[in-house]
Design a protein around this ligand. Structure first.
Ligand SMILES: C[S@@+](CC[C@H](N)C(=O)[O-])C[C@H]1O[C@@H](n2cnc3c(N)ncnc32)[C@H](O)[C@@H]1O
Ligand code: SF4
Length: 378
């Protein structure tokens, strides 16, 4: 009886989520800076994972009808055409994509083919996010990337030819040894392709990555002053090219800001499927086990594949809304900061916070210190 009740609650929580994330962990090659949960694609690994995600959607997806879907990774397109086809057919049996207006999938340029691009369009995917990181051959090597610049151009034109009119390209700055000229060149070559959206991330040294270990050994050094110069260069070149910055690392042509990510930053509920995926609905947050084999085993047994779960105090969700909200150029409702008046006053005096219509937001200088300011406000 109790079991049925708790399953019912889980179903209604999942059903209420309007935003769905699906994690496919496989990659052709592991990049030494990346801390996402990932696994080398290999024989016999992908089919059980596809079955497991379909099963999770069926058992714990609550017949969710998402407005936005983001299939990320890893590299979802490391799956074969037939695996992708099976995944979509399977998910459609228990999830309702009829009202999904934004449907994104992540790709690595080395995994793009016309057949995959066409197939995904027929299943309703209408946005692709592709990792470019850099156009410089030396930096691509430093980043351990599996593709070259030519491959990016080819993959981009395959996607356009398949009819995708909402394409994002990811770039990284602050790469060891990178010069400002190399960064400017990467920005210009990206702009020349005329994508609809550009994400420009500052390299972070994440624990459990090869880059982090090299930083610890003194082989790499962080340079926040240089990073600030790269950031300002990005804002300047991208805005001059018609890409409005709407979040610290994200720039879009009019109408092309990523609705899925905005919902997440605004604190909306979301459901995550797949190994390592996080979900937050109401006051509950949980993470699926970040281990493909354990995830597959749990789904074969029909049990929830959860690694951690917590009840979120209202203050935590409010604090997160502030931290993420301040990363967006639209800013936040000032009433959210009512309990932090002194700090708000001093940030204003230091020129780090400003009014933006009825909202408050970080100034251009404040955005350079966003993480520190969010930590203080929280
Ligand atoms: C899941 S990957 C993108 C898709 C695909 N796997 C690829 O790499 O082409 C998501 C993005 O996160 C960014 N990223 C990953 N690790 C990062 C790090 N340590 N610092 C900054 N950005 C990072 C990269 O720009 C990457 O494209
Ligand atoms: S950046 Fe992309 S391709 Fe590289 S390891 Fe991470 S998820 Fe895989």
């Amino acid at each position: 009886m109790l079991k049925t009740e708790s399953l019912k609650t889980e179903h209604s929580l999942a059903r209420s989520a309007r935003h769905l994330y699906i994690h496919i962990p496989f990659c052709l090659q592991i990049c030494p800076y990346c801390s996402f949960y990932k696994d080398i694609a290999g024989p016999g690994k992908a089919d059980p994972l596809v079955d497991a995600v379909i099963r999770e959607a069926e058992l714990f997806g609550g017949n969710c009808a998402p407005e936005t879907v983001f299939i990320g990774g890893g590299t979802p397109t490391a799956l074969s055409v037939s695996q992708l086809e099976r995944l979509f057919h399977g998910m459609r049996r228990s999830l309702d994509f009829s009202g999904t207006s934004e449907f994104t999938i992540e790709m690595n340029p080395a995994t793009v083919t016309a057949r995959k691009a066409d197939l995904l369009r027929t299943f309703g995917v209408n946005r692709v996010s592709m990792g470019v990181q850099s156009w410089d051959p030396e930096l691509l090597k430093v980043l351990g990337r599996v593709h070259d610049a030519d491959q990016v151009r080819k993959s981009f034109s395959i996607l356009r030819a398949a009819g995708y009119d909402n394409l994002n390209l990811d770039l990284i700055y602050g790469v060891p040894g990178q010069t400002l000229a190399q960064w400017e060149d990467s920005l210009q070559q990206t702009i020349a392709l005329q994508p609809d959206h550009i994400s420009a991330y500052c390299l972070t040294y994440e624990e459990d990555t090869e880059y982090f270990e090299r930083l610890q050994r003194g082989e790499f050094r962080e340079n926040t002053e240089q990073d600030a110069g790269f950031f300002e260069c990005g804002v300047e070149l991208l805005s001059a090219a018609g890409y409005a910055q709407y979040e610290i690392s994200n720039y879009a042509r009019p109408g092309r800001a990523c609705r899925h990510n905005i919902a997440y930053w605004e604190g909306a509920d979301y459901l995550g499927l797949g190994p390592s995926a996080w979900s937050t609905t109401g006051d509950r947050r949980w993470q699926n086990v970040p281990d493909t084999a354990a995830y597959v085993r749990a789904m074969q047994a029909g049990i929830r594949p959860i690694a951690t779960e917590e009840i979120l105090p209202a203050e935590t969700r409010e604090a997160e809304k502030i931290a993420f909200g301040l990363r967006m150029n639209a800013g936040i409702d000032p009433s959210t900061l009512a309990r932090r008046r002194d700090l708000v006053t001093s940030l204003r005096e230091e020129g780090l916070l400003e009014d933006h219509g009825p909202r408050v937001r970080l100034t251009a200088r404040g955005r350079l210190l966003a993480d520190e300011i969010a930590a203080e406000l929280i």
